[in-house]
Design a protein around this ligand. Sequence first.
Ligand code: THU
Length: 133
Amino acid sequence: MVTDLTADGWARLQEEAVEAMAHAYAPYSNYQVGAAAIVDDGRHVSGCNVENAAYGVALCAECGVISSLHRGGGGRLTHFVCVDGDGAIIMPCGRCRQLLYENGGPDMLLMTGAGVRRMDEVLPDAFGPDNLA
Ligand code: THU
């Protein structure tokens, strides 16, 4: 069971997402995204979107988070925030919800525009690792 953060804890994680967003490479959409997460061993990881002249190759900010998670030793994501270029909270796209489900599981907590929600609320009836067991 993942314990909720304090309001300050969520605000700090949002600030980390904003800091990551400042590194976004988004010359095609001009839509910068930053994401930050906490790992179950206390590490913090973050990422930004990285676009490409071949538009479909764009990497979402969440891809950077997942890469950083594994590069830093793995573990499980427990808390996640994603922001746009104004620093406002946005929801992860469908593909990224699948990435987050794999690496955080059903009880990972996300800050959303409607408050804190569990991963299995934003990706109900998910296909996941258990299906392959
Ligand atoms: N984007 C993300 O980085 N994460 C999301 O969850 C939604 C979309 C990026 C991809 C693209 O660079 C830009 O936002 C516009 O779609």
